[in-house]
Design a protein. Structure first.
Length: 241
């Protein structure tokens, strides 16, 4: 993971999300709803639900919204059902793009994703065409502001918790784990008293590809079109911007 900073992408996205926070919360509600419907409302016993709730809180979703989504799932009976569908494709300059969706209408979602690619210099790929270029990892971020911990001490905490890698910048500690170790590392760091600004499973590109300056705007427009879709939860790419 050396040289890869997911935090810079998160900060960039957060600025854009502030203007459409309602839509972000709506997406989190859907994830929480489905996780609770599939595995029950007990966050401690339902790993998928805990992950969905952690991610919602990372985006400052109010607890009332989270509780409503869980309650709706447990009261739903035969209510809405969503399916996770992953789309793969290419952006400008051969950039690999993974699109994770949660949808109750696959035809609608597939059409919208294809249009976002086609209208912005990209193209859809076959299943498995780009997924192999990414690794599933756990990701945690701890803000350094007000934290009296140096890099060596933080590395010791990370390794003792079972983490795989630590990246350090002026404002954040970024911790990467194997996907299977994510929950244990997260819980160990919380038990040590650290406050997590981000905790999620993610897809990390094995290598990155630079985007020519004259193609950056059209690529960013494609990513924005995908992320704006109500059925899209996450968009991963290997662009070096």
């Amino acid at each position: 993971m050396a040289g890869h900073s997911k935090w810079s992408n998160i900060k960039h996205r957060k600025g854009a999300q502030d203007a459409k926070r309602g839509k972000i919360f709506q997406k989190h509600s859907k994830l929480i709803y489905q996780a609770a419907k599939d595995g029950g409302s007990d966050i401690e016993m339902n790993a998928a639900l805990r992950l969905a709730v952690d991610k919602a809180r990372s985006d400052n979703m109010p607890n009332d919204n989270i509780e409503r989504a869980i309650k709706r799932a447990t009261d739903a009976g035969q209510g809405d059902d969503y399916n996770e569908v992953i789309y793969e494709g290419y952006g400008t300059n051969g950039i690999a793009v993974l699109v994770y969706t949660l949808t109750d209408n696959v035809n609608r979602t597939a059409t919208n994703v294809r249009v976002a690619f086609d209208r912005n210099g990209g193209s859809m790929g076959e299943k498995g065409s780009v997924n192999y270029m990414f690794d599933r990892k756990g990701y945690l971020a701890i803000a350094r502001e007000g934290l009296d911990v140096d890099e060596d001490t933080m590395l010791m905490h990370v390794l003792e918790a079972g983490g795989e890698d630590l990246e350090v910048s002026d404002d954040v500690f970024e911790i990467y784990t194997e996907a299977t170790d994510f929950g244990a590392v997260r819980d160990a760091l919380i038990a040590e008293g650290f406050e997590l600004d981000r905790a999620e499973l993610t897809m990390i590109p094995q290598t990155t590809i630079p985007v020519p300056e004259d193609k950056i705007s059209v690529f960013e427009k494609m990513i924005e079109a995908l992320e704006d879709d109500d059925d899209v939860n996450e968009v991963y790419h290997n662009a070096e911007l």
